[in-house]
Design a protein around this ligand. Sequence first.
Ligand SMILES: C[S@@+](CC[C@H](N)C(=O)[O-])C[C@H]1O[C@@H](n2cnc3c(N)ncnc32)[C@H](O)[C@@H]1O
Length: 413
Amino acid sequence: MTGRVVLVGGGPGDPGLLTVAGLTALRSADVVLYDHLAPVDALAECPPGALLIDVGKIPGGRATSQQRTNELLVEHALAGRRVVRFKGGDPFVFGRGGEEAIACAEAGITVEVIPGVTSAVAAPALAGIPVTHRGVVQAFTAVSGHVPPGHPASSIDWPALASAGHTIVILMGMAHLSAICAELASHGLPTNTPAAVIADAWLPTMTTVHGDLGTIAEVVRNQGIRPPAIAVIGAVAGQPLPVSPPSHLDAAPARDTPTDELRPARSSDAGELLVLQRACWVAEAFDNPGVRIPALHESLAEVSAGLEQFETWVLRRDGRLIGSVRGARDGSDWEIGRLMVAPDLSGQGLGRMLLTHIERQAPVGVRRHWLLTGENSLRNHRLYRAAGYEALPAEDESLARVPGTLRFVKPAN
Ligand SMILES: C[S@@+](CC[C@H](N)C(=O)[O-])C[C@H]1O[C@@H](n2cnc3c(N)ncnc32)[C@H](O)[C@@H]1O
């Protein structure tokens, strides 16, 4: 029997803005193809054994072509599986959901869509900026800034936009913000038109900066704002409403909080390392956009071959991005542990992916697995216990500097 494909919009940032229908689809998926802007923590909700495939496009990193993504959707659905295509925001707002729906329909596969909260509206809202506001503005236009004005691939009527009187919302526009603002100004939009940029909306690292059409590109540059980010240009950007930041971000680490508690890997560890979770590359890639980020499911050999590049890893930023688990082998044991961790180990998505990876790829002769996690990471604990692991205190000397870490051990069969 042919399976079906559900295109699920995950909303921006963390799973909090994922819809109930989207969550329900994840909970019954056999296969999930996800992007890195999707709220990956929600992957913890997938059934054990669900196949999770990272098809995300990370700037400077690995990318699965759209063609290949379409093929994977079709292949898995034709094999009778329930396939979820999990994306950030809404699948049909610069999400290529339309292309995927057509590819599936052409292959005779039933496609369903579960819309998501789009960052085009949510990011401004979270910064107290309504894209329409009675008495101020009656329309908004969301545009892609992935190519600059005048580029042959751009179909945006910038002169019309400059005179329309709409709130202008720009996605994927950080690289060309300066050119876009200059274009709007050259077509008559006053340079003192208020503007704001919201980065990492609904994430602990959420940042908002304000300026006007004439200054916002420089503000963004000076403040080191990086994608994903939304620019809003129009009167509403100058009158943010008195809304509080999302309360789930209150206890979150500030942007760039140093995580000195981490134990850097020692070069003497290198010979033992078998698996290095992509997190190390993610951390490196923040500072070196050229660094390639391997996916968890890439071959162990390929992952371990990259090891020599690093003698010490100092992992920064949010544990959700890091996860930071590596594997080691001694004799017939295969251990996951002695990790470098951020204090915030709430990356259930990473925990889920790691578990799947270990269970599938552990070499022959394995006697036990170790999984390490923060003591507050309750959903990971539940996940690991359900998979037959037992919690033990982490007495390993290498964890001494990582308070509150638990070790989950799976006894040999
Ligand atoms: C390929 S588009 C996908 C948009 C997505 N389908 C949506 O509806 O939000 C990626 C762009 O969305 C915006 N974006 C996505 N998530 C964001 C977030 N959490 N904070 C700010 N902007 C975000 C950024 O402009 C980013 O470059």
